[in-house]
Design a protein around this ligand. Structure first.
Ligand code: AMP
Length: 193
């Protein structure tokens, strides 16, 4: 089963699509953002450490995030493959994940790149703020998260492109249509259920 990433700016629909694609392919969808939010909700020690960072729209330090991913990918359901959503976000995290894969005797099979324009993602994130009340979905923090994404994470796509891994998908449109596009792009690379 495949080792996959889904990348794209905040608001591109990564979480929604990750759940669907993971289900279709029989791998767990692992979202570092979801894990951090759950820890904050449960008031764990990790949650206490990262709460203010998420509220500010900054990145959690690599040391914490990498350890989290190491533990999560060691769990039984991820033995056969995974779909990571929101990780890796920094060059240090890419390097760490390469090490994890090396230890597993595996490599990444594809990187799904969800493409969406800034105006559209801001619109979606503001709508999500109304629906879900996420504390990092205020207009000011949204703008900051997009800046951090452009500075820290967007440049990493070139690394995956050099490795020939990127499946580029238009993230605008009905949720079902976007899922179909992703599954079709993966199937072209021989990745299917
Ligand atoms: P997300 O749900 O992916 O939008 O992530 C929400 C927030 O969690 C981000 O704005 C960061 O504060 C934190 N976060 C999630 N994943 C990472 C990561 N890979 N590296 C650093 N911070 C992260």
């Amino acid at each position: 089963m495949p080792n996959l990433l889904i990348v794209g700016p905040p608001g591109a629909g990564k979480g929604t699509q990750a759940a669907r694609i993971a289900e279709a392919l029989g791998v767990p969808a692992v979202s570092t953002g979801d894990i951090f939010r759950q820890n904050i909700k449960d008031r764990t020690e990790l949650g206490e450490r990262v709460s203010a960072i998420l509220d500010a729209g900054e990145y959690v330090p690599d040391s914490l995030t990498n350890e989290l991913i190491d533990d999560r990918l060691a769990q039984a359901d991820a033995e056969q493959g995974y779909l990571l959503d929101g990780y890796p976000r920094t060059a240090g995290q890419v390097e760490f994940l390469d090490g994890v894969n090396l230890r597993r005797g595996e490599q990444l099979d594809a990187v799904i790149r969800l493409v969406a324009e800034t105006d559209e993602v801001v619109r979606r994130l503001l709508a999500r703020a109304q629906e879900q009340g996420r504390s990092d979905d205020t207009e000011e923090v949204i703008r900051h998260r997009l800046e951090v994404y452009e500075r820290e994470t967007a440049p990493l796509i070139a690394i995956f492109a050099e490795r020939g891994l990127v499946v580029e998908v238009d993230g605008i449109g009905a949720v079902d249509d976007v899922t179909e596009r992703i599954l079709a792009g993966l199937a072209e690379r021989g990745i299917a259920a």
